[in-house]
Design a protein around this ligand. Structure first.
Ligand code: COA
Length: 355
């Protein structure tokens, strides 16, 4: 039996991709984790070199796709543009109709490599700048920051971006992955399945929460305002973004890793403001909701990743798209698994009553 794509223990705070703990995976290149998710095993040196070369060879996007980016409304959240552009991208794929494993692998590689280029190009074009060509010498994370900014990121920034993609890559049957799987279960093509995932990830109760965390940090703006902000939210029965999870009833293991990365960036930048504001928010939520009310509301994946994006000076409208850059490997792994089953997912309406 093949290793399960993902394992989550929500009570103990354990996350594994293909039976390997996330704490071990976070030190690997994104390309290796992507290979692991899709192929089921970690690559050996030769397999990784080959897979990386294939990924790096597909980073450029067609000029026709760039033309469509220029035609988008450039004042919208990048997810609005991304789902449209990925849908359009399929028209240029010479293997679109090849449903063999190799045909689907070629599409998968184009999606994993093309999506970061689209997000960076959309950002630059919407700021009146020309897109930057990808640099095949750089890692997945470093190349994305380079295409976004037009300059090389620091070593720490590149490492943080790479880890962000790894920690966002997979999370079992979350809403967007379920959407992708349903589309794949009809034997529709991989682009359609990924567009389904993108449309679902966009919602603020899912991937859109990262953007809301960034907005919240801006609104709170300093550690001194954090306590009052949380107390007001609780009094008004409003949710605090970046907290709570349907599966984790303890600290999200990705949240712990993101918190450490946020601290490293803050200390290296010599600017603790976002980190300390986040820590105060967390302290108040834990005191008010966990200790006093016994609710399992801990920071989730979106909380400290939102802090990281503040330090990386990522505009909030890109936050969900950047989540998608990491998650696409997980969606693809699930689609491949679904294709192998050749069975449509068709829940009955009464099941909704149990959700
Ligand atoms: C993620 C989320 C949708 C999970 O929802 P869920 O499992 O359906 O949990 P519920 O919404 O039923 O919440 C259970 C209780 O905790 C409270 N709660 C959950 N998340 C909360 C939050 N972020 N802030 C404050 N209270 C929260 C709910 O109000 C509810 O309280 P009640 O029992 O008094 O009515 C929810 O926690 C949330 O909306 N979080 C904020 C958005 C977010 O960060 N999403 C990213 C998820 S990775």
């Amino acid at each position: 039996m093949s290793k399960s794509i993902c394992f989550i223990d929500g009570l103990e705070g354990i996350l594994k991709y293909r039976e390997i703990d996330i704490n071990k995976l976070v030190g690997l290149p994104y390309d290796a984790v992507s290979y692991l998710l899709i192929q089921g095993e970690l690559p050996n040196e030769e397999e990784l070199a080959d897979f990386s070369a294939r990924l790096r060879g597909e980073r450029e996007i067609e000029k026709g796709v760039i033309d469509i980016i220029r035609m988008c409304n450039l004042n919208i959240d990048s997810m609005e543009a991304l789902r449209t552009i990925v849908s359009y991208m399929s028209q240029f794929d010479p293997d679109l109709e090849d449903e063999s494993l190799e045909g689907n692998t070629k599409k998968a590689i184009r999606l994993i490599s093309g999506i970061p280029t689209i997000v960076a190009a959309y950002h630059r074009i919407s700021n009146g700048k020309d897109p930057i060509s990808p640099d095949p010498a750089l890692s997945h994370g470093a190349n994305f920051l380079y295409m976004l900014r037009g300059s090389q990121p620091t070593e720490l920034e590149a490492e943080v971006m790479e880890k962000d993609f790894i920690l966002s890559a997979e999370h079992e049957l979350n809403a967007s992955t379920f959407s992708s799987r349903i589309t794949a279960s009809t034997c529709s093509d991989l682009y359609s399945a990924i567009v389904s995932g993108l449309c679902t990830l966009k919602g603020p109760l899912h991937g859109g929460a990262r953007l809301k965390v960034m907005d919240m940090l801006e609104e709170v703006s300093s550690p001194e305002n954090a306590e009052e902000f949380v107390l007001k939210k609780i009094e008004n029965k409003e949710k605090i973004m970046g907290f709570g999870h349907r599966v984790y009833k303890t600290y999200d293991p990705r949240g712990i890793l993101f918190k450490e990365l946020a601290k490293q960036l803050a200390e290296t930048n010599g600017d603790m403001i976002w980190y300390e504001t986040a820590e105060e928010l967390e302290k108040t939520v834990l005191r008010e909701l966990v200790e006093k009310k016994g609710k399992p509301i801990y920071p989730n994946v979106d909380f400290y990743s939102g802090v990281i994006y503040k330090y990386l000076e990522i505009p909030p409208h890109l936050a969900t798209s950047i989540f998608a850059i990491g998650r696409v490997s997980g969606w693809i792994a699930h689609c491949f698994d679904q294709y192998s089953k050749k069975r449509i997912i068709r829940p009955r309406a009464f099941m909704l009553d149990e959700l």
